[in-house]
Ligand binder design. Structure first.
Ligand code: AMP
Length: 225
């Protein structure tokens, strides 16, 4: 089963993607996390991507498409994957559709078709507030929120104990740019999928546990497990 999770920054996409992929037994593919690892390693990709990410801008499509094509062609994706943060543009969505339509004899082509697209919905002012409060583990990428998802020990990552930080691109001025880009470039994908795929909307304003429960029920009703 292949699922894509859309949603504005701060909608809880990453947190829900971790839980949902585990529940469904499919691979979680977070393009943002992939890029942050590359930035931490200062690989050639990371150095290039950092320029865009720190300004809240999107990394170019050709780079992202190459990364995702390679990732979904690996063996562990044969039972399915959950895309978190991809696609974010119409060309990225077209790559998945064109591949699924068989325009290439590679593994990515066999696997690219999406069974379900889920759009997490959250009011913009709530996104801004959640991101200002969000603290992230710089080592393994887990995110926490003091109200909706607090760490067991204040300021420390639940998994590895590392000090939590405010992500560079969660600073208010960068958040505004990310939301603007989401509204202008990524939101149109919802219309794109409305006509071509099974698209479901999920309200992301309740607590993470409630949103997760709703997501599981949705997937189970849409795709019999
Ligand atoms: P995220 O963790 O999904 O919010 O992604 C963090 C940042 O990584 C974004 O603000 C972009 O700069 C970059 N990024 C992640 N996924 C993509 C994508 N599919 N296309 C372009 N840029 C991306």
């Amino acid at each position: 089963m292949n699922v894509a999770l859309l949603g504005p920054p701060g909608s809880g996409k990453g947190t829900q993607a971790v839980r949902l992929s585990r529940k469904l037994g499919i691979v979680h593919i977070s393009t943002g996390e992939f890029l942050r690892t590359a930035v931490r390693d200062q690989s050639p990709l990371g150095i290039k991507a950092e320029e865009f990410m720190k300004k809240g801008q999107l990394v170019p499509d050709d780079v992202m498409i190459g990364i995702v094509k390679e990732r979904i062609s690996r063996g562990d994706c044969s039972a399915g994957f959950l895309l978190d943060g991809f696609p974010r543009t119409i060309p990225q969505a077209r790559m998945l559709d064109d591949s699924a339509a068989g325009q290439g004899p590679d593994k990515a082509s066999e696997r690219a078709s999406l069974d379900l697209v889920i759009s997490l919905e959250l009011a913009e002012e709530t996104c801004v507030r959640r991101l200002a409060d969000r603290r992230t583990c710089p080592k393994d990428g887990l995110s926490f929120n003091p109200v909706t998802n607090p760490p067991a020990k204040s300021g420390k990552c639940d998994r590895c104990g590392t000090d939590l930080i405010l992500r560079e691109d969660d600073k208010p001025e960068t958040v505004r740019e990310r939301l603007k880009i989401y509204n202008e470039i990524t939101q149109p994908l919802v219309d794109y999928y409305q006509t071509t795929h099974r698209l479901a909307h999920v309200d992301s304003s309740p607590s993470p546990d409630v949103v997760f429960k709703n997501l599981v029920e949705l997937v189970q009703s849409e795709i019999p497990l």
